[in-house]
Design a binder for this molecule. Structure first.
Ligand code: 13P
Length: 254
């Protein structure tokens, strides 16, 4: 089954609006000719509308880094799925390990957020991944099983056919230490079999599974050669437009 590769950039809490615009302009210029890879960038909330203007009618799509699951109401400081959609976002990252770790996001909240995204017609990117301690205790699969099963509790396969899964081992994020090809291969295979078991063989073949954690131009080609890797969710290396463009054009170095 051929799945279109996706290279997504998570800009985290970096770049003001004007800085995001500058990077987006450079990225768009570098990626004008890309047709075979889905490209996404997720700037901070306040930069979304600005960057939306820049990426309009280009191959670059816009994503948000989080949302709140309620439709609207007295939730000071929060952002709804409809607000993201209206700002120009097509994707939303949900359950990133930094949100789980620093903002105590539970699988239950993640599940509600995915429901809100799907309802608003935003494509969710569900992030899962084990900590170093969980890996050392051989609880990697157990952790991922719980994150996927609880995060997608109550969904039918049709509702999540566009969902994207991102495997981001916590110990590989921002450390410069990417997971090895063998580790990524093993986990992505496991995740696909989990989707098959929990949902359906069709869904397991359709869903794209991205790898995230210290992805850079030097290791993207090796990662993309792995059968069950359908792309990458890139943090640090997506902040520089030229570096990110090299990652997006991984097939020229394959
Ligand atoms: P780094 O690429 O900086 O390791 O971050 C990965 C990540 O968290 C993407 O969501």
């Amino acid at each position: 089954m051929k799945r279109t590769p996706m290279i997504a950039g998570n800009w985290k809490m970096f770049k003001t609006g004007p800085e995001a615009v500058q990077t987006a302009l450079r990225l768009v210029a570098g990626c004008r000719d890309v047709t075979d890879v889905d490209i996404m960038i997720a700037p901070a909330f306040v930069a979304l509308s600005l960057v939306a203007q820049i990426v309009k009618n280009t191959p670059v799509r816009l994503g948000a880094q989080n949302l709140y699951f309620e439709k609207q109401g007295a939730f000071t400081g929060e952002i709804s799925a409809d607000m993201l959609k209206a700002a120009g976002a097509a994707y939303v990252i949900i359950g990133h390990s930094e949100r789980r770790q620093h903002f105590f996001e539970t699988d239950e909240a993640v599940c509600k957020k995915i429901r809100a995204a799907v309802t608003a017609n935003l494509t969710p990117i569900l992030c899962v991944g084990e900590t170093e301690a969980q890996r050392d205790q051989e609880k990697t699969f157990l952790t991922l099983d719980k994150q996927v099963s609880d995060g997608l509790q109550g969904f039918g396969p049709d509702e999540i056919k566009d969902l994207i899964l991102a495997y981001e081992p916590v110990w590989a994020i921002g450390t410069g230490k990417s997971a090895s090809v063998a580790q990524v291969k093993e986990v992505h295979q496991y995740l696909r079999s989990l989707l098959e078991k929990r949902f359906s063989p069709d869904l397991a073949q359709t869903i794209r599974i991205l790898y995230g954690g210290s992805v850079k131009p030097e290791n993207i080609a090796d990662l993309m050669r792995i059968e069950d890797v359908d792309g990458a969710l890139v943090g640090g290396a997506s902040l520089d437009a030229d570096t990110f463009t090299k990652i997006i054009k991984f097939d020229t170095i394959l």
